[in-house]
Design a protein around this ligand. Structure first.
Ligand code: DQA
Length: 144
């Protein structure tokens, strides 16, 4: 089983970025948690981060027939990107959406997620641990 973990814009600035919302740990700490979660399950993985919508679309397209599942935190593109939604639908790769914060209890504009229309599950509000939960959810789904 091979899974792709995609992180969208500004997640590379974790630690620096609004620590009251996203915590004080940095992006490399998040990557370590992701690596550990995948290794514990014996899952092959790749972690990808981009601040560019088109690059994320390209990455999803290139995942076709290479990856069995996707965990994605589209960050701000969650609320704006039909292109990312369409790419996920096009490749039909089982996808779990994850958010560090609880997007339902913040600004009104964060309540809607395009990506959730293609996701088998959305995990939010659990901080970095949400990635572990998302990876486990995907693993269980793909193992069925
Ligand atoms: C986020 C929530 C989004 O609303 C925001 O734009 C982000 C991060 C989260 O992980 O909580 O960049 O996806």
């Amino acid at each position: 089983m091979k899974i792709l973990i995609i992180n969208g814009p500004n997640l590379n600035l974790l630690g620096l970025r609004e620590p009251e919302i996203y915590g004080s740990r940095n992006y490399s700490a998040l990557c370590s948690l992701i690596e550990k979660s995948c290794e514990e399950l014996g899952v092959e993985y790749e972690i990808y981060q981009s601040n560019h919508e088109g690059a994320i679309v390209d990455k999803i397209q290139n995942a076709y027939s290479t990856f069995d599942g996707i965990v994605i935190n589209p960050a701000a593109y969650t609320h704006t990107s039909i292109a990312i939604l369409d790419a996920l639908k096009a490749v039909s790769i089982p996808t779990v959406e994850v958010h560090i914060s609880d997007i339902n209890s913040r600004d009104e504009f964060r309540k809607f997620s395009y990506v959730s229309l293609a996701a088998i599950k959305t995990v939010m509000g659990l901080g970095f641990d949400g990635y572990r939960v998302a990876i486990n959810e995907l693993y269980n789904y793909l193992s069925k």
